[in-house]
Design a protein around this ligand. Structure first.
Ligand code: FAD
Length: 779
C-alpha cells in the first residue's frame, strides 16, 4: 500500500504511549470501527512525512506513532497543545510504513519442502526454529531477501518454549549495571525494555503486562529496592508499561494473601511483560511463512555445503545438507548466507563449519514447576531477587496456573532436558519459605515440570574468553557462517536485526533496513480485548473457551471457531473440550495441523500448552488428540500407537511425570507378592480416598475422626515423617509399599504408621452400613 490519508478523531484521554490496558482501549475512538492501539516507538525508525495540524491538536506529545489496522501513523512532535490532556481533533497525513503481510495462508509443509528443494539459491538459510532463528527469518524475508528456515524438531521445541515466559528488561541486570558502572549491561537493559514494548505491541493477543511483587523483609531494603525499581521505570522511559509503587504490609497481603506474614515489612510492585512463549515463537515463524519464507520443521541440517570462492580461493559456506526427519529423505539447500541460530547447539553447527572451532556456548539449565493457580493471585507475580543463599526465586501466574522456579545450574547440552526430583524439591522448599503456613505446599501439587537450557555465550573475538556475555554475540566465521547466540527471548527481534545486518554486509546482499519494529505478528493485527465476545455471540462458544482462543490465535480465532464441532448441548453450541478442566477444544487439533504440527507432542506441548500446565490432563487428552490427528494425517494404527508411546515418554521424562510417578511405581526396593501389593494398595486408598497417589496428615486425620480416634497433630506429623523418605510432607504409595516390604523382610521391626493404618482399616471394615430407612434418605 502506498501513502494513505487518514482522518482521526482522537477523543479525550488517550493515555500515555505504551499503556494497553483495557480501559485505554475503551477510552479510544476513531472513525475506524476497531479500537486504536497506541505505542511509542523510535521516531527514527521511519521518516515522518508531512503532517497537517488543524483545529485543536491533541496529546500526541505522549507518543510518537499510532498503529491502526496494520498501518503505522507517524506524528511530528510539533502539534501538542499547551495542555496535552485537552485533546480534541487532529488531521494527519498518515504513512503506510509497513507493508501488509503477503496475503496468503502459510503453505503446507509439503509445499514448503518443495520450495526448499527447488530453489536454486536462497539469499539466507537460517538453521534453528527457536525464537532467534524464527526472528532472523522474519527479519530477512521482510527486507525482501529470499529466505529459508529449517528446524530439526518442532518450532520452539528447544529453550524457547521452556522459558519463564517473562518479557523483561532484567531488573537484576540493571542493578548490576549500576553497582558495577557497567555501561554494556545498562545498554542491554535499555534495549530489552524497548523490545519489551515492541513485543507487547506486535502480538497483543499473546502477551500482557504483569505486575510483579518484590516482598520486603528488612526496612533497609525498602529505599534500596525502591530506587532500583524507579530507575527501571526511568530507563524504560516512554516504554514503561506502568509505574511501580510501594505497598504497606497490609496492602501487600491484600494483594497476595498466601504470602508469609512474619517479618514482612511491605512490598514494591513493578511491571514487566508476560507471554505464551511457544505460541509467540510459532507466530513469528508463521508470519515469516506468510511473507514468503520457506519454513520447515522436522528438517535437520546434517552438514554444511561449501564451495571455493573464485576470487580468494577460500572455501565458503554455500548451503546445508538437510534431512527430513519424518521421512529420512536428504537433499541440499543452497544459500548465499547461512545463519546458525541453534541455541544450545551453537557449537555443534559451528564445528560442522570448522571442526576445530573453540566452544563459545556454556549451557546452563533452569527448572520450572507448575502448581495450581491458588498458589499465587491471578494477576500478580512474586519475585525475590536475592534469597538468603543468593538465588532468585519467583512464582508467577500463567494460564491460570502458577509457575515457580529459580536460577540456573551448569549442564550438558541435550535435546531432551529432564527436570530432576532434586530440582523439583528444591523449588518446593523455596516456595514454602514464602507462603503462609496455612498453605500446605505439597509434592502432589506439582502438575508439570520442565528444564530449559540457556545458551550463554562467550564472544570468540573477545580477549577475555572466560567472560560469559548476558548479551548476544554475532560471529562471522572465516568461511562466512554467521552465528547468532546468547541474548534472551525478549530481545529476539533486535538480535535478528543485528544478525541480518551482519549478513547483508558480509555477503553483499541486496536488502533494505530492518522492518520488524511495529510489524504485527500473525493474529495480532485485528485482535482486540473484546474480540472473544464476538466469538461467543457469533459461534456459540463458551466464554472461557472464546477467551482462550482469542488469547492464543488473536484475529485467527475465528478460523478455529469455524472448525469447532457441535456439542449437541443447549450451550455451548460448539466447542468440544479436549479435557474438562482446560479450555482447549478439539478444533485446535485440526487447526494445529495447519500450523505445521506433525506429532502428538507438538500438539500437547506447543500448539496447546497442556503438557506444560498439567501432565496428567495432557496424558488423558492424548488418545483423542492422536485419533483426531490420525484422521487428518492418515495415520494407521501402528503410527497412532507409536505417537501415543512417544508422547507418553515425553510427558514421563521431560515434563516431570516420571519424578511424579516414580515414587508410586518404582519397585526397586519392593519385593512383595502381587496379592500383598493389592491388599496394601486397598489399605492405602482407604486413606487416599480421592486417589491422588499420596496421603497427607489431613487424610489420616479424616480417617481417624471417622473411627472416633483422637491423636494430637504433632504425633501424627512424627508418624508420617518416619515413612516420608523424600521428606516432601506426604506419603506416596511407593513409600508405603517400601515400608510394608521392609516390614515383611524384617528390615523394619515395626512402624507406627503401618499399625495405625491396619487398625484403621479393620475398624472401617467393621462399620455396618446404615440402612436407608434409618438415614432418613430416599423417596
Ligand atoms: C530456564 C530458562 C528461562 C528463561 N526465561 C526467560 C524469560 O523469562 N525471558 C527471556 O527473555 N528469556 C528467557 N530465557 C532465555 C530464552 O528462553 C532463550 O534465550 C531463547 O529461548 C533462546 O532461543 P534460541 O532460538 O536461541 O534457542 P532455542 O529455542 O533452543 O532454538 C534453537 C533451535 O535450533 C534447533 N536446532 C539445533 N540443531 C539443529 C540442526 N542441526 N538443524 C536444524 N535445527 C537445529 C533446535 O531444535 C532448537 O529448536 C530463559 C532461558 C531458560 C533456560
Amino acid at each position: 500500500m502506498g501513502w494513505a490519508l487518514a482522518l482521526f478523531r482522537l477523543k479525550n484521554g488517550i493515555s500515555k504511549g505504551s499503556e494497553r490496558d483495557s480501559s485505554c482501549w475503551r477510552r479510544c475512538s476513531c472513525h475506524y470501527s476497531r479500537p486504536l492501539s497506541v505505542c511509542s516507538l523510535q521516531k527514527e525508525a521511519i521518516p515522518v512525512r508531512k503532517l497537517m495540524g488543524k483545529e485543536d491538536e491533541c496529546l500526541l506529545t505522549s507518543f510518537d506513532c499510532v498503529h491502526l489496522q496494520g498501518m503505522r501513523f507517524m506524528f511530528t512532535n510539533g502539534i501538542h497543545t499547551p495542555s496535552p490532556l485537552q485533546v480534541n481533533l487532529a488531521f494527519v497525513e498518515a504513512a503506510d510504513c509497513v507493508s501488509e503481510p503477503v496475503n496468503r495462508e502459510p503453505p503446507s509443509r509439503e509445499a514448503q519442502i518443495l520450495t526448499l528443494k527447488n530453489t536454486t539459491e536462497f539469499d539466507v538459510l537460517v538453521i534453528g526454529g527457536g525464537a532467534t532463528g524464527s526472528g532472523c527469518a522474519l527479519d530477512a524475508v521482510t527486507r525482501g531477501l529470499k529466505t529459508a528456515l529449517v528446524e530439526r524438531d518442532d518450532f520452539s521445541s528447544g529453550t524457547s518454549s521452556r522459558s519463564t515466559k517473562l518479557i523483561h528488561g532484567g531488573v537484576r541486570y540493571l542493578q548490576k549495571a549500576i553497582m558495577k558502572l557497567d555501561i554494556e549491561q545498562y545498554r542491554m537493559v535499555k534495549e530489552a525494555l524497548h523490545e519489551r514494548a515492541n513485543l507487547l505491541e506486535i502480538a497483543p493477543h499473546l502477551s500482557a503486562p504483569l505486575p510483579i511483587m518484590l516482598p520486603i523483609y528488612k526496612w533497609w531494603q525498602l529505599p534500596y529496592y525502591w530506587v532500583g525499581i524507579k530507575l527501571y521505570d526511568l530507563v524504560a522511559g516512554s516504554n514503561c508499561l506502568k509505574s511501580s509503587y510501594v505497598l504497606s504490609k497490609s496492602r501487600a497481603l491484600e494483594h497476595f494473601p498466601m504470602l508469609q506474614k512474619d517479618k514482612l515489612v511491605g512490598a514494591i510492585v513493578y511491571y514487566d511483560g508476560q507471554h505464551n512463549d511457544a505460541r509467540m515463537n510459532l507466530a513469528i515463524a508463521l508470519t515469516a511463512a506468510r511473507y514468503g519464507a520457506a519454513t520447515a520443521n522436522y528438517m535437520e541440517v546434517v552438514s554444511l555445503l561449501k564451495k571455493t570462492d573464485p576470487q580468494t580461493g577460500k572455501e565458503r559456506v554455500s548451503g546445508a545438507r538437510c534431512k527430513d526427519v519424518l521421512t529420512g529423505q536428504e537433499f541440499d539447500v543452497r544459500a548465499k548466507c547461512v545463519i546458525n541460530a541453534t541455541g544450545p547447539f551453537t557449537d555443534t553447527v559451528r564445528r560442522m563449519d570448522d571442526k576445530d572451532a573453540t566452544a563459545i556456548c556454556q549451557p546452563s539449565a533452569g527448572v520450572h514447576i507448575v502448581m495450581p493457580g491458588y498458589y499465587s493471585p491471578e494477576s500478580m507475580g512474586l519475585l525475590d531477587p536475592a534469597t538468603s543463599d543468593g538465588r532468585v526465586i519467583f512464582f508467577l501466574p500463567w494460564q491460570k496456573m502458577t509457575i515457580a522456579g529459580t536460577t540456573d545450574t551448569p549442564t550438558d547440552v541435550t535435546n531432551h532436558p529432564i527436570p530432576s526430583e532434586e530440582d523439583i524439591n528444591f523449588i518446593l522448599n523455596e516456595v514454602r519459605n514464602y507462603l503462609s503456613s496455612d498453605v500446605e505446599v505439597r509434592r502432589g501439587d506439582v502438575l508439570a515440570a520442565w528444564s530449559g537450557i540457556r545458551p550463554l555465550v562467550t564472544d570468540p573475538k573477545s580477549a577475555d574468553t572466560q567472560s560469559i556475555s548476558r548479551n548476544h554475540v554475532v560471529d562471522i566465521s572465516e568461511s562466512g557462517l554467521i552465528t547468532i547466540a546468547g541474548g534472551k527471548w525478549t530481545t529476539y527481534r533486535s538480535m535478528a536485526e543485528d544478525t541480518i545486518n551482519a549478513a547483508v554486509k558480509a555477503h553483499n546482499l541486496n536488502a533494505g533496513p530492518s522492518r520488524t519494529v511495529g510489524l504485527f505478528l500473525q493474529g495480532g493485527k485485528d485482535w482486540s480485548p473484546t474480540l472473544y465476545i464476538r466469538l461467543v455471540q457469533d459461534y456459540g462458544l463458551e466464554s472461557e473457551v472464546a477467551q482462550h482462543l482469542a488469547a492464543t490465535y488473536g484475529d485467527k480465532a475465528f478460523e478455529v471457531a469455524k472448525m469447532a464441532s457441535v456439542t449437541g448441548k443447549r450451550w455451548p453450541i460448539v466447542g468440544v473440550r479436549l479435557v474438562s478442566e482446560f479450555p482447549y477444544i478439539e478444533a485446535e487439533v485440526k487447526y494445529g495441523i495447519k500450523e505445521y504440527a506433525c506429532t502428538a507432542v507438538d500438539m500437547i506441548s506447543r500448539r496447546t500448552r497442556l503438557a506444560f500446565l498439567n501432565v496428567q490432563a495432557a496424558e488423558e487428552a492424548l488418545p483423542r488428540i492422536v485419533e483426531l490427528m490420525g484422521r487428518e494425517l492418515n495415520w494407521n494404527d501402528s503410527k497412532k500407537e507409536e505417537e501415543l508411546e512417544t508422547a507418553r515418554k515425553f510427558l514421563y521424562y521431560e515434563m516431570g511425570y516420571k519424578s511424579r510417578s516414580e515414587q508410586l511405581t518404582d519397585r526397586s526396593e519392593i519385593s512383595l507378592l502381587p496379592s500383598d501389593i493389592d491388599r496394601y494398595k486397598k489399605r492405602f486408598h482407604k486413606f487416599d480416598a480421592d486417589q491422588k497417589g499420596f496421603i497427607t496428615i489431613v487424610d489420616v486425620q479424616r480417617v481417624l475422626e471417622s473411627i472416633n480416634v483422637q491423636m494430637d497433630e504433632n504425633t501424627l506429623h512424627e508418624i508420617l515423617n518416619e515413612v516420608d523418605l523424600n521428606k516432601n510432607g506426604q506419603v506416596e504409595l511407593n513409600e508405603f509399599l517400601q515400608l510394608m516390604s521392609a516390614i515383611q523382610k524384617g528390615r523394619v521391626s515395626g512402624s507406627r504408621l503401618a499399625i495405625l493404618m491396619k487398625t484403621a482399616e479393620e475398624n472401617l471394615d467393621r462399620r455396618v452400613p446404615i440402612p436407608v430407612d434409618r438415614s432418613c434418605g430416599g423417596l
